[in-house]
Write a protein that binds this ligand. Structure first.
Ligand code: ASP
Length: 705
């Protein structure tokens, strides 16, 4: 095939009528009318209809074409012609033409597919089968096929465009792209490190970077002034939705700048990146201090697409006779509330009392909540009689209460509990009452974070320990004072998601030393962990600062995808496992030995493992379940039977990779294969041991899948 002659499928249109073209790609869909065979040929650009007919192709060619199946990879030559009137398909770019094939080469064949890939119907208006039926696990296991789907291709193409826009923009602004090491020393970002054992230095480990933090600061000491990198970072964190063990940051650092530099740069950058997805974002982005965000929305990454701001109510109840409030206030507590405007129809007494007060709000960590509905100018609830007339009037005024409003208040001895519970309640209500407008992107800078947060044993950095405090004359031994310090940090938040954050850094080694000692690090700790870095700061470090954007989140938000996994080519699943490559996987003892990892745990990596003999002993030991003498024979038999069946299944399994989840039987069959009914089905013997049915499927034990 002469690749220079090849043209993209989606590039063809009415202007190419009668042109001879060479195309290559995959068979997206087929429609067989006996003599006449239509296919959709798909390449990266899109699809075009190709027709094989004895009218203009020799019988050999038509015969070869009849052996085509979905996802065969083919090249063909043909003449572009106008489709017959009435057969046009306005849903595809090339819907007014088709290619009459005159040559065909099958470049490679495809196995039957685990799920449909085609997303374009051949007949205008007809439904296509999406991948909805395929579980994410199957999609990840066959990711190379999942990525053939136009939706996935489009996402990765847009991701490329978004990153390209960022690269071009930063280049324009004088930033240099510089790589930093992957095998390195631990950089604290609040997660566990992924460690890599060193063969050449037995017993020693590299850490994969949680971020390039220290290196980018060193690049400022080196005088590069403006750095960026699209960089992979690794954090071994507990599993949470929308997290991946490895993810991509757009990492930035600059010298001789202040906060205003970053506000300007990042706003412009985000505006340009969002524009790739057709989203217009207005500048300047609003700013809010951490305290205001917590006090009014109960989150340091508040969603500002809707109101439901908190109203301070503590002072209204200073002299209240309502026992619960009085006790809480005596213990130094606080009371805040939300006015849910005009929603009393949707929030009945029953919903407020039995769902929110009893179930939902306690789930958010508060002991309870107080609710009131505004009816004909008065407050109504199960406890309103405990408040005197003045208090009721004060509540109405403070909350600007109108008929149809619902007021919810949370009181607690700990202000942190009040704002956190109310913050979660705010989001819950917004979702339930559909108060979040669609298609709106609401950016926000959150600033003035506390430098430290209190922990059970002492204090920890709220960001990382290289963040500049708002003043440097603090006493590192005074916990109270340390907790009152603010940082010169800033987070950029859109629609309640933190897309990035950074700070102005400490560039004075003395101040950096004070922070380490405030964190309780000994001289030896500091020397061992950050000695090289403190030393570098002592050689004329310029004032500097930076920021990092989580690119998977940015792209996922721009493209409105359900999860960051949808915008990553090869993500791990929710358990940090890769169903495609089956990583992480066990390694041989020889490898462990070579890396010096066996010595650390002795010759038996699991203590006691070498004393266990036989299936029964091993099972009992591994599962930590004691097996009684009188059960032994029966369990031993069952185990042997299970092992025998597993062996049989393994032998019968064939070459194909096992499927881990149900997929529709039609996906596993070729169009022309003949379906036959098993005689066992008629007698009911087939699946007679299957425990239950769900829809059209038998539920069978996972092991049979
Ligand atoms: N290293 C920080 C992070 O990964 C970002 C920064 O401070 O520039 O969150």
């Amino acid at each position: 095939m002469n690749h220079q002659e090849r043209v993209p499928c989606a590039g063809l249109g009415l202007s190419h009528i009668d042109r001879e073209v060479l195309l290559a790609g995959w068979v997206d869909a087929l429609r067989d009318h006996g003599e006449l065979l239509f296919i959709h040929l798909r390449d990266r650009s899109g699809v075009v209809q190709v027709v094989f007919s004895p009218e203009f192709a020799d019988p050999q060619l038509c015969k070869a074409a009849s052996s085509l199946r979905n996802e065969f990879c083919i090249a063909l030559r043909g003449r572009v012609r106008k489709r017959d009137p009435g057969t046009e398909n306005p849903h595809i770019e090339t819907g007014f033409i088709e290619v009459a094939a005159t040559e065909l080469e099958i470049l490679s064949r495809s196995e039957a597919l685990p799920f449909p890939i085609s997303e374009k119907a051949m007949v205008a208006g007809a439904a296509t089968r999406g991948t909805d039926s395929a579980s994410e696990e199957i999609r990840l296991q066959y990711r190379y096929l999942d990525l053939r789907r136009p939706t996935m291709q489009d996402r990765l193409i847009k991701r490329h465009r978004i990153i390209k826009v960022a690269r071009d923009f930063l280049d324009e602004r004088g930033f240099l792209e510089i790589e930093t090491p992957m095998l390195t020393k631990s950089t604290p970002e609040g997660a566990r490190d992924y460690l890599v054992p060193s063969r050449l230095h037995p017993g020693c480990f590299y850490a994969l970077p949680q971020s390039p933090q220290l290196f980018k600061q060193l690049l400022m000491v080196s005088g590069f002034e403006r750095y960026f990198q699209i960089v992979r970072c690794f954090r071994d964190e507990d599993l949470r939705p929308n997290r991946q063990p490895e993810f991509t940051q757009l990492d930035l650092e600059a010298s001789f700048i202040d906060e205003a530099f970053w506000y300007d740069l990042i706003e412009e950058l985000l505006v340009r990146m969002f524009a790739v997805g057709g989203v217009e974002m207005a500048r300047p982005f609003p700013r809010m201090t951490y305290d205001e965000a917590m006090d009014t929305m109960g989150s340091d990454r508040p969603d500002t697409r809707f109101g439901l701001r908190f109203v301070e109510a503590t002072d209204l109840f200073r002299d209240t006779s309502y026992g619960i409030f009085r006790q809480i206030l005596q213990r130094g507590g606080s009371i805040k509330g939300i006015n849910i405007k005009g929603q009393s129809e949707k929030l009945s007494k029953n919903v407020l009392q039995n769902e929110y007060a009893k179930e939902i709000v306690p789930g958010f960590g508060a002991k309870g909540m107080t609710w009131m509905r505004v009816v004909r100018g008065d407050l109504e609830s199960n406890i309103v009689q405990f408040f005197n007339r003045d208090e009721q009037r004060a509540i109405r005024e403070r909350f600007d209460a109108q008929d149809g409003d619902v007021i919810i208040m949370i009181a607690d001895a700990a202000n942190g509990t009040v704002v956190s519970a109310l913050g979660q309640l705010r989001l819950h209500l917004a979702e339930r009452l559909k108060l979040i407008p669609e298609g709106v992107f609401s950016p926000l800078w959150v600033t003035d974070f506390p430098l430290f947060t209190a922990t059970e044993t002492g204090i920890a950095s709220s960001h990382h320990p290289f963040t500049s405090p708002d003043r440097t004359d603090f006493d590192p031994t005074n916990r109270e004072e340390l907790l009152s310090l603010r940082s010169r940090a800033y987070d950029v938040v859109v629609n309640g998601e933190e897309l990035g954050g950074g700070s102005i850094r400490i560039h004075d080694p003395q101040v950096q030393g004070k922070i380490f000692s405030a964190l309780g690090l000994t001289q030896t700790d500091v020397e061992e962990k950050f000695g090289f870095f403190l030393k570098a700061l002592a050689y004329g470090a310029p004032p500097h600062g930076g920021l990092a954007l989580g690119m998977d989140r940015v792209v996922s938000m721009i493209l409105s995808s359900d999860s960051i996994r949808e915008v990553m080519a090869f993500p791990k699943n929710r358990s940090a496992y890769c169903p495609l490559t089956q990583a992480p996987s066990a390694v041989s003892r020889d490898q462990l030995k070579e890396l010096g990892l066996l010595e650390s745990g002795g010759s038996a990596p699991l203590p006691g493992a070498d004393h266990r003999q036989g299936l029964l002993e091993t099972l009992s030991w591994v599962s930590r379940i004691a097996i009684n003498e009188n059960e032994r024979t029966a369990i031993a038999d069952a185990l042997e039977e299970a092992a025998r069946q597993a062996d049989q299944v393994r032998q019968n399994a064939g070459e194909e990779a096992p499927l881990f989840s149900v997929s529709a039987p039609m996906n596993r069959m070729r169009a022309r294969d003949e379906a036959r009914r098993s005689p066992l089905a008629a007698s009911g013997d087939l699946f007679k041991n299957a425990p239950a049915m769900k829809g059209n499927y038998f539920k069978v034990a996972g092991i049979l899948e």
